[in-house]
Design a protein around this ligand. Structure first.
Ligand SMILES: [Zn+2]
Ligand SMILES: [Zn+2]
Length: 334
């Protein structure tokens, strides 16, 4: 079978691997779509993954065969799955915080992922979908579950003004999710014109290019001086995390869900004197993943505007080497 690996910085390869056989409680999934994630592009740039590991973790597919002990699963079932395989035994797992489990296997990072014709998945981490479920959009279950986890960490009211910094896949999904949950006013900070436009189409009240406007003035006038009760940071840069902390109004919260590899200098004086909380949100729990899959399958959220390209696997090099400036989510079709 064809599988994508990263063999050092800037070197993506499609290699031939044997189709794996499912062991007890394992399922062999034939991949239909696998999304290219920002973290895959980061791994491509830095080459930090083991070259033998198959990349990819945002997928949908169809069961090819099942191992022993997989009751209730059969060949032909449509599925997606949570790539974070937690231990199920530790205190984090027992307390529904399995995103913090210390014994995890991360498919596509530490173990073979889903950018391949087939993948092996533990049955307990798969979600079964209806026959009509839209497989293209279901490949976005993983980023939806990440957005859902961030939203679940805070409370808000429909009249609150909320800011999203960064309208990549997760930022735009958050926008969609907040609108779906009845939030009227969401402002988006984004520099890319295509993403700015998509954010407006998906219901943003205003989109501001942080490079071009006086942000404080803009926010004050848009919110009629009320300020932002919540800021979601989805860009992952030191300056955008600083911006998130400084944009939250007194008593508000800055939710950081991006991964930023550099240290960030924060002025705690203004945070403390205005009681602004920094809330961190990492990944998603298994139950949030299942909920996210259900939302897409039942048509409660429409993520199709985010799918900007569906490419065959032999075009994958181009997608990694020259991601189009308008691209949001590219799916590789197997
Ligand atoms: Zn991802
Ligand atoms: Zn655990």
């Amino acid at each position: 079978m064809k599988a994508a690996i990263i063999n050092g910085p800037g070197n993506l390869e499609i290699v031939e691997k044997p189709v794996p056989k499912p062991g007890p409680e394992e399922i062999l999934v034939k991949i239909k779509y696998c999304g290219i994630c920002g973290s895959d592009l980061h791994a491509f740039k830095t080459g930090f993954l083991e070259p033998s590991i198959t990349i990819g973790h945002e997928f949908s597919g169809v069961i090819e065969s099942v191992g022993k002990g997989c009751k209730g699963w059969s060949a032909g079932d449509r599925v997606t799955g949570n790539n974070i395989i937690s231990c199920g035994k530790c205190s984090f797992c027992f307390n529904s915080r399995d995103n913090l489990c210390r014994e995890v296997r991360r498919l596509g990072i530490t173990d073979h992922g889903t950018m391949a014709e087939y993948t092996l998945f533990p049955a307990k981490d798969l979600v079964k979908l209806s026959k009509e479920a839209p497989l293209e959009q279901l490949a976005l279950t993983e980023p939806l579950s990440v957005a859902l986890h961030a939203v679940n960490k805070v409370s808000f009211a429909g009249k609150d003004w909320i800011l999203i910094i960064g309208a990549g896949t997760v930022g735009l999904i958050l926008l969609s999710l907040l609108k779906q949950k009845g939030v009227e006013n969401v402002i988006v900070f984004e520099t890319n014109p295509y993403r700015q436009n998509t954010a407006l189409k998906m219901g943003a009240s205003a989109v501001i290019d942080p490079g071009q406007k006086n942000l404080d003035q803009e926010v004050t006038s848009l919110t009629s001086n009320r300020g932002l009760s919540l800021v979601f940071e989805c860009a992952g840069l030191p300056e955008t995390i600083q911006e998130a902390c400084s944009q939250a109004a007194a008593g508000g919260k800055a939710v950081i869900l991006s991964i930023c590899y550099q240290p960030v200098e924060i002025n705690f004086l203004s945070l403390v004197t205005q009681e602004i909380d920094i809330v961190s949100a990492f990944g998603k729990t298994g139950s949030e993943f299942t909920e996210a899959a259900g939302m897409i399958a039942e048509g409660l959220i429409d993520l199709f505007p985010l799918v900007t390209g569906i490419i065959p696997v032999d075009k994958i090099h181009e997608a990694f080497n020259h991601p189009a400036s308008g691209s949001i989510k590219t799916l590789v079709q197997f």
